[in-house]
Design a protein around this ligand. Structure first.
Ligand SMILES: *Cc1c(COP(=O)(O)O)cnc(C)c1O
Length: 377
């Protein structure tokens, strides 16, 4: 595998892409043949193969996961006056995609153990303005989808699944990315399959797939330079897609390695009394995109202090998400005033994630755990 391996002796990175000769071979072919824009065989092959991996009919590649979410919201025709129910404990991309079309995010607190949107809190957030629900699988653990799908069906709502952190994860033996009208992925450099920057929307709906292609490519149509709607340039390049194709060839091994890293951490940290560890519900296959830990109150420090201590031992970490309700950019629109999300607040204060890249060795995982024990002693 390629990468800045020589740094690892002193610092264990939180994530790094694990690229091989196969990526080099396919990208080189793009360069040699001149197929470096969004035209080219790997672009179309990656769309078809990723959609098939998710059990979907159509894949529409995008320039990022954020672009995928924005395109999904626009393709469904959401706009001013519309509301989308989503977790507060997520990345800003979910809320910004909704805000971009003039619609409004409506927030749901997290489940304290899976850290995903708590399904029993969704129904009370549905109003006459609600048009869609956006479940987000967090750090590799799926959302409890059946109740979400039931509420959506009952109220006639779209489901936009954000599976950016859940490549290969399963809910009741069905892959994440196969639920709802549209499912969005990111292939950013720290994601389980990466194209450097990139994303995709997958769907079974031919009409929506056509709309997504329109949004992606400025709604160009025949005759040329006529536009009935405004879109974006959200195109993915052929060399990016070539990276994706190379990794799809070994995705089972990649997902297995992620799960092995998760299992190693879980076994090694099981007796650490000051940490809550990730769970795997009976109906879930967790892919441990990032291995998160949450400090218990008896640790008497917060995640920022733990991160500082771990950094001193050469262990890189990242803080958990700060809830959407706590984001000045969203509060300034007059949203979420007086609302409270105690679980998300606790996760933001006490949660962080540990090195989780598939290049991690067993010895490095043990080093991380030793550093944790020392930091919490
Ligand atoms: C990474 C991520 C995104 C955004 O993807 P980018 O490719 O970085 O734009 C969206 N949603 C979730 C849940 C993510 O983890």
């Amino acid at each position: 595998m390629f990468g800045p391996m020589n740094e690892r002796a002193t610092r264990i990175p939180v994530a790094e892409p694990a690229l091989t000769d196969r990526e080099l071979e396919l990208v080189s072919e793009c360069v040699r043949t001149g197929w470096i824009s969004s035209g080219g065989k790997y672009h179309d092959e990656f769309e078809a193969r990723w959609a098939a991996y998710c059990g979907r009919k159509y894949g529409v590649a995008m320039s990022s996961g954020t672009a995928a979410l924005e395109a999904a919201v626009q393709a469904l025709g959401l706009g001013p006056g519309d509301e989308v129910v989503m977790p507060t404990f997520t990345i800003i991309s979910c809320a910004s995609a909704v805000a971009a079309v003039g619609a409004r995010p409506v927030l749901v607190d997290a489940d304290p153990e899976t850290w995903t949107m708590s399904p029993e809190l969704v129904a009370e957030k549905v109003s006459p303005g609600t048009r869609a629900i956006m479940p987000v699988h967090i750090y590799g653990h799926p959302v409890d989808m059946d109740p979400v799908l039931a509420i959506a069906k009952h109220h006639g709502l779209f489901v936009i699944e954000d599976a950016a952190e859940a490549h290969g994860a399963e809910y009741k033996s069905r892959r994440c990315g196969s639920f709802g009208e549209l499912s969005c992925f990111s292939f950013y450099a720290n994601k389980i399959v990466t194209t450097g920057e990139g994303g995709m929307v997958v769907t079974d709906d031919e009409r929506l797939a056509a709309r997504l292609r329109g949004v992606r490519n400025l709604f160009f149509k025949v005759p040329r330079f006529h536009h009935d709607e405004l879109g974006h340039n959200f195109r993915m390049t052929n060399p990016q897609a070539a990276l994706g194709v190379a990794q799809l060839e070994r995705i089972d091994a990649i997902v297995e390695k992620k799960r092995a890293i998760g299992a190693h951490y879980l076994a090694r940290l099981a007796d650490q009394p000051k940490l809550e560890l990730p769970v795997e519900r009976a109906w879930a296959k967790n892919v441990y995109w990032m291995f998160g830990v949450v400090l218990r109150d008896e640790a008497r420090i917060d995640a920022a202090e733990l991160a500082t201590r771990l950094a001193r031992s050469g262990v890189e970490t990242r803080p958990f998400f700060l809830g959407m309700h706590a984001q000045p950019a969203l509060q300034s629109r007059g949203w979420f005033a007086g609302e409270s999300y105690p679980v998300a607040d606790r996760l933001a204060r006490l949660g962080l994630y540990l090195p989780s890249g598939i290049g991690l060795s067993s010895a490095e995982i043990d080093r991380v755990c030793d550093a944790l024990d020392e930091a919490l002693a």
